[in-house]
Ligand binder design. Structure first.
Ligand code: 13P
Length: 250
C-alpha cells in the first residue's frame, strides 16, 4: 500500500512572517492526518517554516533546485544548501518553470539527479497543455516527460520519487481533470515507470494529482486507485482549505 501524500505548493506567496503564521494555524488542524503532509515554500520562508513546523507532522519542501554543487549560478540554490536548511522535499519541473523560465526535460533531469544524490525527496511534475490533450497526445507526452526526467536513476531511487501529474489547463483555472481522466493519465505514468524500472518499482511510486484540487473535489480524486495524493496550489494558502484537503478521509 502506498501512503498518500498531500503537498502544498505555495508558489510565489507569503513573506516569512505570513508563512510562519500559516504553519502555526495549520499544525493543530492536520495533526491527525492519515497522509504525509508537506508544504513547498519560497526559499526565503524555509527558516521560518522549519521553526514553526518543528515537532509537528508538517514536512518542508522547496520549489526548485540547481544541479551544480556550487558556483556562478546567480539566483539558484544547490541541493546541499536545501538539505542544510532542513528541507526534505523539492518540487522539480513544475509547468510554471517549464513555461516561464525555460525549463526543459534535460534540465529537469539534471535537477532530479542532483536532488536524489543529496538525499532530497523529489516531487517531479509532469503534465500536458490543453492543445496536447485536445490532439490526443497526452499519453505519449507524460510518458516521455517521466522517462526523461528519471533517466539515470536506479529502480530503487525511482521508487522513492513522487510524481505529480498536473494538467497545465487545470492549474489555477478552477478546471479540474475529471476523476477518471486523472486516474487514467496517472495510470499511463505508472505504466511508463513499470516498462523501464519494473512493476515492483512502479507499484511503490506515489503519484499525485495537481490542478485546482480543493476541499470539494479531493474525495472523488483520492477515491481513484491510481491517485496517491495531491499537489495543491491556491487551496494550500489558507489553513482551513488545506486542512480539509489533508483530512479528505475524515
Ligand atoms: P492550483 O491548485 O492553484 O491549480 O495549482 C496547482 C499547482 O500548480 C500545484 O503545483
Amino acid at each position: 500500500m502506498r501512503k498518500p501524500i498531500i503537498a502544498g505548493n505555495w508558489k510565489m506567496n507569503k513573506t516569512p512572517a505570513e508563512a510562519a503564521a500559516l504553519v502555526n494555524e495549520l499544525k493543530p488542524l492536520v495533526a491527525d492526518a492519515g497522509c504525509d503532509v508537506v508544504v513547498c515554500v519560497p526559499a526565503v520562508d524555509i527558516a521560518a517554516v522549519k521553526e514553526a513546523a518543528a515537532g509537528s507532522n508538517i514536512k518542508v519542501g522547496a520549489q526548485n533546485v540547481h544541479w551544480a554543487k556550487s558556483g556562478a549560478y546567480t539566483g539558484e540554490l544547490s541541493a546541499d544548501m536545501l538539505v542544510a536548511a532542513g528541507v526534505e522535499y523539492v518540487v522539480i519541473g513544475h509547468s510554471e518553470r517549464r513555461q516561464y523560465f525555460g525549463e526543459t526535460d534535460q534540465t529537469v533531469n539534471q535537477r532530479v539527479l542532483a536532488a536524489v544524490a543529496a538525499g532530497l525527496k523529489v516531487i517531479l511534475c509532469v503534465g500536458e497543455m490543453k492543445d496536447v490533450r485536445e490532439a490526443g497526445a497526452t499519453d505519449g507526452l507524460v510518458d516521455y516527460q517521466t522517462i526523461m526526467a528519471l533517466n539515470g536513476l536506479s529502480a530503487e531511487q525511482v521508487a522513492d520519487v513522487i510524481v505529480a501529474y498536473e494538467p497545465v489547463w487545470a492549474i489555477g483555472t478552477g478546471l479540474t481533470a475529471t476523476d477518471e481522466q486523472a486516474n487514467e493519465t496517472i495510470g499511463v505514468i505508472r505504466k511508463a515507470i513499470a516498462r523501464k524500472y519494473g512493476q515492483e518499482c512502479a507499484d511503490k511510486v506515489r503519484i499525485q494529482y495537481g490542478g485546482s484540487m480543493n476541499p470539494k473535489n479531493v474525495k472523488g480524486l483520492m477515491a481513484q486507485p491510481e491517485i496517491d495524493g495531491g499537489l495543491i496550489g491556491g487551496a494550500s494558502l489558507k489553513a482551513a482549505d488545506f486542512s480539509l484537503v489533508v483530512n479528505y478521509d475524515k
